[in-house]
Unconditional design. Sequence first.
Length: 196
Amino acid sequence: MESDFHVKPEIRVLGIDDSALINEKIMIVGTVFRGGDWMDGVLRSEITRDGLDATEVISRMAKESKHYGQLRVIMLDGVTYGGFNVVDIVKLHEETGLPVIVVMRSYPDFEKIKAALKHFPDGEERWNIIEKAGKIEKVVTRNRENPVYIQKKGIGLKSAEKIVRLTAIRSNIPEPLRVAHLIATGIILGESRGKA
């Protein structure tokens, strides 16, 4: 059920991003935020580069966290992590009982993604997971010229938009994702880099 609910200013959000693709095992970092202002915790785990374990790892990461009881939403930076390790947001929502919001800086180039997936024996399975993530909606956060795009499961569009806007306080990217990106790249590369 994708209903809207009252979004409190200090809603607990788990934002997840991955590190640079250096090894076979890719580090993912989760940041637990109260709204967009206050970071309560940092989680880390590992997924397999181009594997299919991201959904299970992120689900376990959320459920095993001491913050789990307070979390209200999981926020992802796209649906592919560690190369083409695709997150099944329907399954992630079902396994954690939490709504999932996927945030993307730009509208995905599906032709390019399909072409890349042809190199995988299970490319069709991965494509089905990507398609299952559902409709892509445009959300304006801080800058009309620079919107973000979202997909969602287990939450209505109004609530999802409100959470994305509430947590995007320093840029058009929500703080839980921006900070997870800074931490993940900083740990692996020695200093954070890339667009955060």
